[in-house]
Design a binder for this molecule. Structure first.
Ligand SMILES: Cc1ncc(C[n+]2csc(CCOP(=O)(O)OP(=O)(O)O)c2C)c(N)n1
Ligand code: SF4
Ligand SMILES: [Mg+2]
Length: 324
């Protein structure tokens, strides 16, 4: 299990402390994690994402009661129904604020957030920006299918120009969002991209995002076979495409390393994000920046000290008294 992910030193102690009287834990199996039968269309890319997530939970043997899966609204956002753990299918686009509150109030939990391109980049775009800049500890997995699937084929913020949908019957005319660029500029501290047809790669990235302290986001090209079929074939070797993986620097002083990508270089990440579709896959950007969780914890501790360790009620009463 990853001991370092829950935020801060105290949180780690909370997450790992097992009372002497507690019986040994049963192994966390796929059966134990699996909840309802997924209700996606046969062939939907989201199935592979769920399977990869189960694999990571099983591999990491997280404490079952510490797993939280959250989502907004959309086909992809049905995700929490299918995971046996704490979770909520929340308001369209508002899952980041919900996840932020849970992450800050319960730093011992593993907060996983799932959703679609509409949920994350359209109605929830503003929340995404603020979760990123505040670097709130969570792992956000965005299943990007370039369309609103649940509501049956409207143009989404990632739909390419020319895409014919119910909202653009003659073809989309608006410049799509570039998820990697948006996340880099917003200040997310772990930003990666994968494809639902490549389960091994997806699992690797979920694990890396999970190990990261802070706001980690993975955009996953996940095909909507109903309303935008075959759009991701150019990045699927099984369908004649190529899946180009970002070669990260190994810092081994070899001439080859000069050409490899430095994941801490924002500008280099931005250049990678500018490559034409289907682009490249892997970690675009990763940096260490204090999380809001750790900063807020410090601030609370300092404030407590200043108030002579007054109770919450005493602090509240003092504040009310000042208002009189
Ligand atoms: C406030 C609000 N506005 C609009 C909707 C209707 N709605 C539900 S899901 C959705 C878009 C879903 O698209 P996406 O997030 O890409 O998920 P997908 O279904 O493609 O996985 C919309 C517009 C809603 N439920 N709530
Ligand atoms: S409509 Fe599209 S995104 Fe929704 S379940 Fe079906 S294939 Fe998946
Ligand atoms: Mg979508």
């Amino acid at each position: 299990m990853n001991e370092s992910k829950p935020n801060g030193e105290t949180a780690t102690a909370v997450a790992t402390a097992t009372p002497a009287s507690e019986p040994p834990r049963e192994k966390l199996t796929k059966k134990a994690i699996t909840a309802d039968h997924p209700t996606w269309c046969p062939g939907c890319g989201d199935f592979a994402v769920l399977a990869s997530f189960y694999k990571v939970l099983e591999k990491r043997q997280l404490e079952h009661e510490k797993i939280v899966t959250l989502a907004g609204i959309g086909c992809s956002s049905r995700f929490p129904y299918f995971v046996n753990g704490h979770g909520a299918h929340y308001i369209h686009g508002r899952a980041v604020p919900l996840a932020s509150g849970i992450s800050l109030a319960r730093p011992d939990l593993h907060v996983f957030l799932f959703g679609g391109d509409g949920d994350g980049f359209s109605i929830g775009g503003n929340h995404l920006d603020h979760g990123a800049r505040k670097n709130i500890n969570m792992t956000y997995f965005i299943m990007d299918n370039f369309v609103y699937g649940l509501t049956k084929k409207q143009t989404s913020p990632t739909s390419p120009i020319g895409f014919k949908s119910k909202t653009d019957p003659t073809g989309a005319i608006d410049q799509p969002v570039n998820p990697m660029k948006k996340l880099i500029s917003a200040g997310a501290t772990f930003i990666a991209r994968t494809h639902a047809a490549n389960v091994t790669h997806m699992i690797q990235l979920i694990e890396r995002a999970f190990d990261h302290q802070g706001f980690s986001v993975i955009e996953c090209l996940s095909e909507c076979v109903e309303f935008f079929p075959d759009v991701f074939d150019p990045a699927n070797p099984k369908k004649g495409g190529s899946f180009e993986v970002i070669q990260e620097k190994k810092w081994d002083n070899t001439p080859e390393d000069e050409l490899r990508h430095d994941v801490t270089d924002e500008l280099a990440a931005y250049k990678l994000a500018s490559l034409p579709f289907p682009g490249v896959f892997g970690v675009f950007y990763e940096t260490d920046r204090p999380t809001k969780n750790s900063l807020e914890k410090k601030w609370i501790e300092n404030t407590r000290e200043k108030t002579g360790n007054a109770s919450d009620l005493e602090v509240l009463q003092k504040t009310f008294d000042k208002m009189k």
